[in-house]
Design a protein. Structure first.
Length: 189
């Protein structure tokens, strides 16, 4: 009987200790969006520390609300929804039926992984991970196609949003597309 009690306590201890070292991605524990992302690791002007947490928890959108995941991760919605916002048209995976939300990301372990920008918008002269080539769009003005490299995609999305907010908001004052070094910081020499 003493052997059984010791064995049971040992087994319970292993289970408790083993449970402590889980990756945090189970349905019970959930996942968390990253607090800060470092973008532009190869940018000539330096990297950009993007506060992911700040953008998804504070009222930062043009409408004065929290920014939805799909504002940046536009592929994280069904293609039919993305197509409603030209020039967007890509969903990942292609047969996606749900729209990514913070709640879904944190609580649904079966939700598709989040695609990062560079998976489709690669650096110039580089093949993207998920597409046969870097996406191109035709602008509203003119006939020229623009290749949406990661630099083009970031600047159009991030700086475009910042510029619109400066035009429409008296409370928020993000750096605009004309203040490059407000976001880009070179490493100390």
């Amino acid at each position: 009987m003493k052997f059984f009690t010791v064995f049971a306590l040992l087994a319970l201890g292993v289970l408790l200790v083993g449970g402590t070292f889980t990756s945090g991605t189970s349905a019970q524990d959930g996942r968390k969006p990253p607090d800060v992302r470092v973008l532009g690791s190869e940018a000539k002007l330096g990297t950009v520390k993007f506060s992911h947490l700040d953008h998804i928890t504070k009222n930062r959108s043009i409408e004065g609300q929290k920014i939805a995941c799909i504002e940046c991760h536009h592929t994280a919605q069904p293609a039919s929804e993305a197509a409603k916002h030209p020039p967007l048209k890509t969903a990942w995976p292609a047969d996606r039926t749900t729209t990514l939300t913070v709640d879904q990301f944190e609580k649904d372990p079966t939700a598709p992984e989040v695609v990062i920008c560079r998976d489709c918008h690669a650096r110039a002269e580089t093949k993207p991970k998920l597409l046969p080539e870097i996406p191109q769009i035709k602008l509203e003005v003119g006939t020229e196609l623009v290749t949406l490299t990661n630099q083009q995609a970031f600047h159009r999305n991030c700086a475009g949003c910042h510029d619109e907010i400066v035009k429409t908001s008296k409370e928020l004052n993000p750096p605009t597309s004309r203040k490059c070094t407000a976001c880009h910081k070179r490493a100390a020499a």
